[in-house]
Design a binder for this molecule. Structure first.
Ligand code: PEP
Ligand code: MN
Length: 263
């Protein structure tokens, strides 16, 4: 179903102010995790002012350690929905288990499937049955074929609103958290009509490397990007090292607009 041979026209995903695909570059930005009302509202206002149309924020967090902050759960979803009421930004948030699909879908506009769950087939089928767009993140060790077949699990249940997210893979390299293969965009575009977005934050793991990978996302003609932005990155409860300040995000967006105008 994902193949260009089945459907040559690009899939376009629209929800609230967010449009991704078919020549539209959608920008989703916000903190890794929702931490408080103040934090998510400040982030929503700042990323909207800078030009984002989607708000990211995890309420159910897949943390490597069970002792790390696990997210605000439904309370976090409510805060995301409140931020949407005020700003019009589409809410993008992760769902981790099939049992939580209805709950998350009642607040979210885009259901994020995290890299760790890319091959959680029952979860893929469950979001395939819901009526919200899905952002499927590439597993850190998944091949392109495995990635596309994971998308197929969602599409096969009837949900055609699927976007793919390249968020970096695990390699021998350790100077970045993951290795971000930008050629994925060109490859996926040669195979599928589904929109492709880049995650420069998880893809690099270091905030100083994120702005240039945002620029690169525009230059390689991705359909959008998802960027971690935090009011106070050094005190973030997750992924502070890769999160941009409001000021740096603003400058990054300006640079992205220049590149978009030049190509
Ligand atoms: C996230 O978006 O914060 C996240 C956990 O991403 P990934 O699933 O790509 O690691
Ligand atoms: Mn994160």
């Amino acid at each position: 179903i994902a193949s260009l041979e089945t459907k040559p026209e690009p899939t376009v995903i629209r929800t609230h102010d967010l449009v991704i695909g078919g020549g539209n570059f959608g920008v989703i930005a916000g903190p890794c995790s929702v931490e408080s009302e103040e934090q998510i509202l400040a982030s929503a206002r700042a990323v909207k002012a800078a030009g984002a149309t989607g708000l990211r924020g995890g309420a159910f967090k897949p943390r490597t350690s069970p002792y790390s902050f696990q997210g605000m759960k439904e309370e976090g979803l409510k805060l995301m929905a409140a931020a949407r009421e005020e700003t019009g930004l589409a809410v993008v948030t992760e769902v981790m288990t099939p049992q939580h699909v209805d709950l998350v879908a009642s607040y979210a506009d885009v259901m994020q499937i995290g890299a760790r769950n890319m091959q959680n087939y029952h979860l893929l089928q469950a979001v395939g049955e819901c009526d919200k767009p899905v952002m499927l993140k590439r597993g850190a060790s998944a091949t392109m074929d495995e990635f596309l077949l994971a998308a197929e699990y969602i599409l096969d249940q009837g949900n055609q609103q699927v976007m793919l997210c390249e968020r970096g893979i695990r390699t021998f390299e350790t100077h970045t958290r993951f290795t971000l293969p930008l050629a994925s965009v060109a490859y996926l575009k040669s195979k599928t009509h589904l929109p492709v977005v880049i995650d420069p934050s998880h893809g690099t793991g270091h905030s100083n490397l994120v702005p240039s990978m945002c620029s690169a996302s525009v230059a390689v003609k991705a359909d959008g990007m998802i960027v971690e932005v935090h009011p106070d990155p050094s005190n973030a409860m997750s992924d502070g090292a890769q999160s941009l300040t409001f000021k740096v995000f603003e400058a990054t967006m300006q640079e992205c607009r220049k590149i978009a105008d030049a190509i």
